[in-house]
Ligand binder design. Structure first.
Ligand SMILES: *Cc1c(COP(=O)(O)O)cnc(C)c1O
Length: 405
C-alpha cells in the first residue's frame, strides 16, 4: 500500500519520463462526462476528449459496466484461442460497414501497420513484387511506428531514424492531378484520411474521395481510409466515408473505438483478407476480451440516430459560438472540420499561438487541443451536454480576452 499512496507531482514527469512529451502543468485524477478534476480539485471542461478518444466522455456508466463485467470473467487468452467479445464486435463492425473481415490490434499505428502490410502482401501475391508502391498525402499522419511515420507525410516524424522504408511517395492532399501523375501499375495502395486530423483538421474536398477511388480502380490499387481519428461517429456518421458514395478496400479505426480503452481494428473485404493467411501477421493483445467488450458497448451507443444527429447539432453550437467570439475578438480566420472534429484556424495576428491559447484556456478551466501552431483543435465527447458547451465557450472567451489584453 505504501507504493500506492506515494505523492507524485508534475515535476516527477521531468525527472522520470523519457522526454518525448511536454504535458501541461497539472495532473488530472478523475473525470465524469465532459469534466475532469486535477490533483488540487480544480475542475476543467474537456473539449480535447483525449485527442478524439473519449467518445462518450469520462466514466460513462455503460462503459464501466462493460469493462467491469468482462474484468470479472476473462482478461486475456491470446490469439491461440478466440473469444466471445471479439466475435461479437467483429460481427457488429461487419454489419455496420462495407467490410467482410476484421483484424484487431491495440493502437492506430498498429491498425495502419496491418493495413500497409496487407496491401503489400495482396499486391505481391496477385501481381508480383514490383507492385509495392504506397502513395500517401503530404502532411498526413498515420502513427509512430517506423512504417507508419514513413507513410505519414510529416518528415519531422520520420527523419533521423536511419534508413527510410522504400516504395513510399507523397502527393498534396486534395490534389487529384498530383495523384494522377504519381499513380501507376506499381502502386499497391493509396492511403487517405477523409479528414486530415493532426495535419490541421482539413476535410477532403467535394469529389476528391470519388476521384481517388476512380484512379485506384484504373490502376488496380487498394484504397485505404485511415479513419483512426475521423471514425466512430466523430463526424456525425459512423465513419466519415459514409458522407460520400465512396467505399475503401481497407479501413482503420482506433481512438474513439474503445472510448478510452486501447483497441484498434482494420476492416477489409474477403478477397483481400485472404492474403493474410495463418501466421502472416499477428498481435499478442489484439482482440483481447476487455478491449472488445468495451468497444462493443461504444459501438452500440454511438451507432444510433440519437448520438449521430446530436453530433451534427453540437457542431453547429460550437462553430457558431467560435465565430461569435471571433466577431468581438478576431481570433479565428475560419472554422473547419466536420461533426465534433473541429479546427479553428487562427487569424493572421494570432498565427503560431495555438499552444498559448491551449495554456490560457487551461488557466480558465478548459481543455483544448492544437493541430499545428496555427489551428486550435476540438474533439470533445460526442455526447457532451449543451450546457457544458455553453460554459466552455464562455471560458474560452475569457482566456482569449486575457491573452489579447
Ligand atoms: C492518432 C492517429 C493515428 C495513430 O494512432 P495511435 O493510437 O497513436 O497509434 C493514426 N492515424 C490517424 C489519422 C490518427 O489520428
Amino acid at each position: 500500500m505504501a507504493m500506492h499512496s506515494k505523492q507524485v507531482t508534475r515535476s516527477d514527469f521531468d525527472r522520470l519520463m523519457v522526454p518525448n512529451y511536454a504535458p501541461v502543468d497539472m495532473i488530472p485524477v478523475r473525470g465524469e462526462g465532459s469534466r475532469v478534476w486535477d490533483q488540487q480539485g480544480r475542475e476543467y471542461i474537456d473539449l480535447a476528449g483525449g485527442i478524439a478518444v473519449n467518445a462518450l466522455g469520462h466514466a460513462h456508466p455503460d462503459l464501466i459496466d462493460a469493462l467491469t463485467e468482462q474484468a470479472g470473467k476473462l482478461w486475456h487468452v491470446s490469439n491461440v484461442l478466440t473469444n466471445e467479445p471479439a466475435l461479437r464486435l467483429a460481427a457488429k463492425l461487419v454489419d455496420a460497414t462495407f467490410a467482410d473481415r476484421v483484424f484487431f490490434a491495440n493502437s492506430g499505428a498498429e491498425a495502419n501497420e496491418a493495413a500497409f502490410k496487407l496491401a503489400r502482401r495482396w499486391a505481391h501475391e496477385t501481381a508480383g513484387p514490383q507492385k509495392n508502391q504506397i502513395i500517401a498525402c503530404t502532411n498526413s499522419f498515420h502513427g509512430r511506428t517506423l512504417f507508419t511515420v514513413s507513410v505519414g507525410g510529416q518528415p519531422k516524424y520520420s527523419q533521423g531514424f536511419g534508413p527510410a522504408l522504400e516504395g513510399i511517395s507523397h502527393v498534396p492532399y486534395n490534389d487529384i492531378a498530383a495523384l494522377e501523375q504519381a499513380i501507376s501499375a506499381d502502386t499497391c495502395a493509396v492511403v487517405i484520411e477523409p479528414i486530415q486530423g493532426e495535419g490541421g483538421v482539413i476535410p477532403a474536398a467535394q469529389g476528391y474521395l470519388a476521384s481517388v477511388r476512380k484512379l485506384c480502380d484504373q490502376h488496380n490499387a487498394l484504397l485505404i481510409f485511415d479513419e483512426v481519428q475521423s471514425g466512430m461517429g466523430r463526424t456525425g456518421k459512423l465513419f466519415a466515408y459514409m458522407h460520400s458514395e465512396v467505399e475503401p478496400d481497407i479501413l482503420t479505426s482506433a481512438k474513439s473505438l474503445g472510448g478510452g480503452f486501447p483497441i484498434s481494428a482494420m476492416l477489409t473485404r474477403d478477397a483481400i483478407a485472404a492474403h493474410f493467411g495463418v501466421g502472416t501477421h499477428g498481435s499478442t493483445y489484439g482482440g483481447n476480451p476487455l478491449g472488445c467488450a468495451v468497444a462493443e458497448r461504444v459501438l452500440d451507443i454511438v451507432n444510433t440516430d440519437e448520438v449521430l444527429s446530436g453530433v451534427q447539432h453540437r457542431y453547429r453550437l460550437i462553430a457558431d459560438g467560435l465565430m461569435g467570439i471571433s466577431a468581438d475578438l478576431p481570433v479565428f480566420h475560419s472554422v473547419r472540420g466536420q461533426g465534433l472534429l473541429i479546427g479553428a484556424v487562427l487569424a493572421e495576428q494570432w498565427r503560431g499561438q495555438a499552444r498559448q491559447i491551449q495554456e490560457a484556456a487551461q488557466r480558465e478551466g478548459l481543455l483544448v487541443l492544437q493541430a499545428g501552431p496555427d489551428v486550435m483543435r476540438l474533439a470533445p465527447s460526442l455526447i457532451i451536454p449543451e450546457t457544458d458547451i455553453a460554459e466552455a465557450l464562455q471560458r474560452l472567451r475569457k482566456a482569449l480576452v486575457s491573452l489579447a489584453g
